[in-house]
Design a protein around this ligand. Structure first.
Ligand SMILES: C[S@@+](CC[C@H](N)C(=O)[O-])C[C@H]1O[C@@H](n2cnc3c(N)ncnc32)[C@H](O)[C@@H]1O
Length: 352
């Protein structure tokens, strides 16, 4: 017996009128009884079912007292937190006004080198700076100089060694780095960068034979740096003169905030950048698009610079403009406080 036949047989037993196959179920007349007889007789649990009045839609009956209490406590806590933040901000601004901070705060990194990475890790992760660094370093090629290298936070993104490839327009192109020179003013920062490199590339031989690129670390001021040849660190011989007086790529990330004269430094970098195809790549932080945020940065700048060695309220766009370098590309993120630039020496046409 099929399932439908079993159903029909039980309904017949219960004396329920069963429509014959193919017959129509009569439409219910308006005003007829709301509880159908079928439900009453076949399912005793449904006998006492009553039609509920429609639920009230007023806000008081929808939000339970418990939720209201939670909401109230939440608002109170946020209020207390914001209040204490504001009080701290006011106090810090007051203190910042009394500070005498020199323009040159770059020596602070000698003391903070060992904690630098842990201090910036969280905020960089939240701002997805790893992605920004990676995208920038991907553009580095040939003989590369990274100034203000700090603890080497860009190190993992370099392609050490050159290879032939095809660019997005289908033209032959050389990718990767032939040499990379990392420099920083702080010996402590350079030490950490060097250790990081040795951990990343434990099999690297001095002068880069196994890595297919020469990698150098130097303690040096970016405003005086010159291309030098590779010295053999192993046997301490004098540097071999450079094959040419230029770098193909100069990289700096988060460095403009720390140097006393960033305009002069950028101008100097222009003199050691390969004039035709050379590029200066910057990823910096500074002033925002928004006045309210700039006011906060300005108010807290002396205290921040004194502690961290960084003037976070600098107008990066204006510094680049005054450097006289040509802007190939400019991008900004994070309310305009993160700036990325691709620059070249002015007036030099590519591929001449
Ligand atoms: C905020 S840290 C940035 C470090 C790293 N580039 C990064 O992206 O995390 C600034 C660095 O610039 C270095 N610095 C400041 N003035 C410099 C100068 N005139 N020449 C070379 N390095 C400098 C400091 O020692 C410090 O390591």
């Amino acid at each position: 017996m099929s399932a439908s036949r079993v159903g029909r047989a039980s309904l017949a037993k219960a004396k329920v009128p069963v429509p014959r196959a193919g017959s129509r179920i009569p439409a219910k007349k308006p005003g007829s009884q709301s509880q159908p007889a079928l439900l009453k007789r076949t399912n005793p649990h449904l006998v006492n079912l009553k039609t509920e009045p429609p639920a009230s839609t007023s806000a008081s009956s929808r939000v339970s007292p418990k939720s209201l209490a939670f909401f109230g406590v939440g608002v109170l806590l946020v209020g207390i937190y914001s209040g204490s933040l504001y009080a701290t901000y006011k106090q810090e601004v007051k203190e910042a006004r009394t500070l005498q901070v020199p323009d040159d705060v770059s020596d602070r990194y000698n003391d903070t080198a060992t904690v630098y990475d842990s201090e910036v890790d969280m905020s960089e992760r939240l701002m997805r700076m790893g992605k920004r660094r990676k995208e920038l370093i991907k553009l580095a090629h040939g003989d590369v100089l990274e100034i203000s290298c700090g603890t080497g936070r860009n190190m993992e993104y370099y392609e050490f060694g050159q290879r032939r490839g095809i660019d997005e327009k289908g033209r032959a192109k050389i990718y990767g780095c032939r040499t990379v020179t990392f420099i920083d003013l702080s010996p402590q920062m350079v030490d950490i960068a060097r250790q990081k490199f040795e951990q990343l590339y434990p099999n690297y031989e001095k002068n880069g034979r196994s890595l297919a690129a020469a990698v150098l670390f130097r303690v040096e001021d970016a405003k005086d740096v010159q291309p030098v040849g590779l010295s053999s660190e192993k046997n301490g011989t004098a540097p071999i003169p450079p094959s040419r007086p230029y770098f193909d790529t100069i990289v700096q990330t988060m460095g403009i905030c720390s140097m006393p004269d960033p305009i002069a430094t950028l101008r100097h970098l222009g003199t050691i950048t390969e004039p035709q195809n050379g590029r200066i790549l910057l990823l910096e932080h500074g002033r925002s698009y928004y006045d309210w945020l700039n006011r906060i940065l300005d108010n807290l700048a002396p205290a921040h610079a004194d502690k961290h060695g960084c003037w976070w309220n600098r107008d990066i766009g204006e510094i680049v403009r005054q450097s006289g370098l040509e802007v190939v590309e400019e991008k900004r993120w994070h309310l305009g406080t993160t700036w990325r630039y691709v620059l070249r020496v002015k007036g030099e046409a590519e591929g001449k």
